[in-house]
Write a new protein. Structure first.
Length: 137
């Protein structure tokens, strides 16, 4: 079972290994049931193995979901970053227009320039942290 949790084993292979082992354990239980005596050591061992396989199966499902989250963060991160940048520019444009109409104040040439690298750096840093968080689980 430890081999399915190795980083080199892809998700589909790990799922298949666990599924086949669960089916094997199920076949054992089918062939040995309908006895009213105390379970043997062999039956207890198969029962423990079956519980461990179910835990590993649930872990693999959780890992698949975490990897899906990480892929979504990577795919949508740049789009969200662009959207934030556009929103920041719209806010700055609105503030410039408001100053012109309300105050009659004109801006100095450097006042209207955006600083997208600050926003992008923060967003890229956040995306990197999210990727580490989702992929390390």
């Amino acid at each position: 079972m430890a081999c399915v949790l190795e980083p080199g084993v892809d998700q589909a292979t790990a799922d298949l290994i666990v599924q086949l082992q669960l089916e094997d354990a199920g076949c054992y239980f089918e062939s040995s049931k309908s006895r009213t005596r105390e379970p043997t050591d062999e039956e207890l061992a198969f029962q423990l193995q079956n519980e461990e396989l179910e835990n590993v199966s649930q872990f693999l499902v959780d890992r698949r979901m975490a990897m899906s989250f990480a892929a979504a963060v990577q795919a949508d991160g740049n789009i969200l970053d662009d959207s934030v940048l556009e929103e920041d520019n719209a806010v700055k444009d609105r503030n410039i227009a408001r100053r012109w109409t309300e105050d009659g104040c004109f801006l100095a040439p450097g006042d209207h320039q955006a600083h997208p690298e600050e926003s992008t750096t923060l967003d890229n840093e956040t995306l990197d942290k999210l990727q580490i968080l989702y992929m390390s689980g």
